[in-house]
Design a protein around this ligand. Structure first.
Ligand SMILES: Nc1ncnc2c1ncn2[C@@H]1O[C@H](COP(=O)(O)OP(=O)(O)OP(=O)(O)O)[C@@H](O)[C@H]1O
Ligand SMILES: [Mg+2]
Length: 449
């Protein structure tokens, strides 16, 4: 359907050429019709005004001229009569009249292109005097020169100011229109800004909540719809906070109870000494403890931790220390003294999970951090066996271990990557797996800072 096509094209055009921001868009929606309407109205009114005034002035001028001619024709045409008529014209009608005898009309003067006044005056003079005449409104700026052949060899020359014959300057009107338009624009701008600020505030609050920053100062305001959205956001934020709190409290309880039992186990095992049957039991208890801690870390998420400014380098170093392993080397390339705003404990866990994985599977590990455009990109490369592309998604799932013969003996819960992903997202970022140029796995964390 051509209509549909046209509509789509129009939409596409708007989408491409409309400015991005709500402020600019609203401004156009509000101001474009206003300017259009004002211009049309101004145009129409001025046009009308000019037309009317010019017609009236031209007519009255033509009538004055006709009156003078009649006076002349009806008089005895003596010197005194002529003087009297000239006096009348000069003083009463503001028409500089000279009566030229023995003169004829000059050749027609070039007609101005867009002068409505010229045409009007020609028409009115035709109607009112019925004589042949000559008009020049251009040679002398501000003046109109009219000559009428009154009778054979007698020419009336009338010189008058332009205002006498046509509507002039509307500068003041235009100035007032511009001033009032600017005033309106100013008011619209202030009003619009005030309408849009609550929306940007809400977006900023949602963004900082998403990255775990404080949104305490946020207060819903603005138009009703925006306020409703803001209130919905605050409700949601509080609900989530409450849930996290409950979950953490419950976990703290469970972990406390289980740890107490584990400690008792340990104690009892210690009494049993170091017999060959006791060793595997001790190892089991150790592993149970490790697993318990991993589960806890997973369920706790970031545990409602607050973000703070920390030195990225020392964070990476701390994570590296907890993941050290004999036989594997770690190279760290992080800008010196780079401060980042993250949840320190959660972020350290994310790093040690990734570095730990790499150290476990590879000999050479490299950690690199780059910050550009408020985006922190952290890369952990290793030269291990890597993970085939079709298994990468699976690796992120909780409790999934891509076990192979090589690490069967290793302990692990399969939660490392799941936790790391959770933490990256809690910072408003992402975690992705890729091929490393070193031959193994590359883990890339990107978070806004
Ligand atoms: N750098 C790596 N190179 C090769 N395989 C990896 C690497 N990192 C993870 N994997 C694979 O992905 C699986 C999931 O990793 P994840 O960290 O989630 O669990 P895990 O390391 O097995 O256990 P946990 O981290 O809880 O101790 C691992 O079992 C391992 O097979
Ligand atoms: Mg792991």
């Amino acid at each position: 359907m051509p209509q549909n096509w046209l509509y789509r094209r129009f939409n596409l055009f708007l989408e491409r050429h409309m400015p991005e921001g709500l402020f600019a868009r609203a401004f156009i929606i509000l101001v474009a019709p206003m300017i259009l309407l004002q211009s049309i109205m101004t145009g129409l009114i001025l046009e009308r005004h000019f037309e009317n005034v010019t017609r009236l002035l031209a007519r009255s001028l033509a009538r004055d001229v006709s009156l003078l001619i009649t006076l002349y024709e009806d008089s005895a045409k003596t010197e005194a009569d002529i003087k009297r008529i000239q006096q009348l014209a000069n003083e009463r009608l503001v028409l500089g009249l000279t009566i030229q005898t023995g003169a004829t009309l000059p050749d027609p003067a070039p007609e101005p292109l867009f002068s409505r006044f010229h045409a009007r005056l020609t028409r009115e003079l035709n109607v009112e005097t019925g004589k042949s005449f000559w008009i020049d409104s251009q040679s002398e700026p501000g003046f109109v020169d009219i000559r009428v052949a009154v009778e054979k060899d007698v020419v009336f020359r009338l010189l008058t100011r332009e205002e006498r014959a046509q509507a002039t300057s509307t500068d003041m009107l235009l100035l007032w229109m511009v001033i009032s338009s600017l005033l309106l624009l100013g008011i619209a701008t202030i009003f619009l800004r005030n309408q849009i600020r609550p929306i940007t505030d809400l977006a900023a609050a949602a963004q900082s909540f998403g990255t775990g920053r404080d949104t305490g100062a946020f207060r819903p305001r603005g138009a009703r719809e925006v306020r409703l959205a803001g209130e919905a956001f605050v409700d949601m934020r509080d609900r989530i906070a409450r849930q996290v709190e409950q979950r953490t409290a419950m976990l703290a309880g469970v972990s406390h109870d289980l740890r107490t039992i584990l400690t008792r186990f340990r104690l009892e095992l210690a009494f049993l000494g170091d017999g060959p049957k006791v060793k595997p039991l001790k190892e089991d208890v150790d592993e149970m403890q490790r697993m318990l801690e991993a589960y806890m870390a997973f369920v706790k998420g970031d545990g409602g931790e607050k973000a703070s400014e920390v030195d990225l380098g020392s964070l990476v170093q701390a994570a590296a220390r907890t993941s050290e392993r004999p036989g594997s080397t770690l190279a760290v390339d992080v800008p010196d003294g780079q401060m980042v705003r993250v949840k320190p404990n959660a972020f350290r866990r994310l790093l040690s999970n990734l570095i730990g994985n790499a150290m476990r599977h590879a000999k050479k590990v490299e950690v690199k951090a780059v910050i550009s455009d408020h985006l922190l990109t952290l890369t952990v490369d290793d030269d291990g066996p890597g993970i085939p592309p079709d298994k990468r998604e699976e690796a992120f799932r909780p409790f999934v271990r891509l076990d192979n013969a090589r690490n069967l003996d290793e302990t692990g819960t399969g939660l490392g990557l799941a936790i790391a992903l959770d933490i990256a997202r809690a910072h408003g970022g992402e975690l992705k797996l890729d091929d490393s140029p070193q031959g193994g796995l590359r883990a890339v964390v990107q978070i806004p800072v």
